[in-house]
Design a protein around this ligand. Structure first.
Ligand SMILES: [Zn+2]
Length: 256
């Protein structure tokens, strides 16, 4: 029985379209340009705060998330997440046949410069539909750049969940009561980003977890305001649950 999910994942791997752009191929981006926050981006002032019993320093960086509790800001209902998944996602995979018939192309998600795919990710397969992969890349890239621009060092977000199959949802439900058959992760349109764990590649300069969480929240907030995603701040799971949204077709410009 244990072999079935592995076979499903292996079969998906053979059916994906190659062409995912690695993070390092990104064009330079203006940090948080055209977001509601850009006007607040003054020169960062880094305040070292002595913390903990080990004579270590935790640095603060400026953050500008709108006032309010994050779980009251990011609470798009699961109904919207699932509806979006049904509209633009894959057909949920149920057994071996489903792995061949996903309705849409999916891309494999690898760890890269801007994000780390959690190696402990047990209940999901590292795949997304292309639009969701682009959204993840954009959020991760902005996070990496923003933390650096505000005086932090080399930080990456941690991706804790990607695409789930119907089998993996059933297994997850045994451990996590919040997991539901109606999970939008089954459509390959959703991913989870941790707000309790970040990956630091320069451990000599630790940034406050609260600040990292708030920078991530700013970026997710801006993407949501732009209509690019739905988001839920999951308190118990310690993650942002994010679903990519279909973008309206570009209207042709009227001829002058
Ligand atoms: Zn999720």
């Amino acid at each position: 029985m244990l072999l079935l999910p592995l076979l499903v994942i292996a079969l998906i791997a053979t059916s994906v379209v190659i062409g995912y752009r690695s993070c390092s191929e990104e064009e330079p981006d203006t940090i948080l340009a055209d977001t509601v926050y850009h006007f607040l981006l003054d020169t960062p002032t880094v305040t070292p705060v002595k913390s903990g019993p080990y004579n270590s320093f935790v640095y603060n960086i400026p953050t500008y998330i709108v006032p309010g509790r994050l779980n009251e800001i990011f609470l798009d209902s699961n109904y919207h997440h699932v509806k979006e998944g049904e509209a633009i996602g894959i057909k949920p995979i149920d057994g071996l046949r489903g792995a061949y018939d996903t309705r849409r192309n999916i891309v494999r998600i690898f760890s890269c410069d801007d994000y780390l795919v959690d190696s402990m990710m047990t209940y999901s397969a590292p795949y997304l539909v292309p639009e969701a992969a682009v959204l993840l890349r954009d959020i991760a890239h902005e996070f990496h750049d923003t933390v650096k621009a505000r005086g932090g060092k080399d930080y990456r977000i941690k991706v804790t969940s990607l695409m789930r199959t119907n089998q993996s949802v059933s297994r997850l439900k045994r451990f996590n009561r919040a997991a539901t058959d109606q999970s939008s992760h089954r459509y390959g349109t959703s991913f989870d980003i941790s707000w309790v764990k970040f990956d630091s590649r320069d451990t000599s300069h630790i940034v406050s977890l609260e600040d990292l969480k708030n920078v991530l929240a700013e970026i997710v907030y801006a993407k949501r305001q732009q209509g690019r995603c739905y988001a839920i701040f999951e308190k118990r799971q310690g993650c942002f649950h994010i679903t990519v949204r279909q973008q309206p077709q570009q209207q042709p410009k009227p001829e002058s």
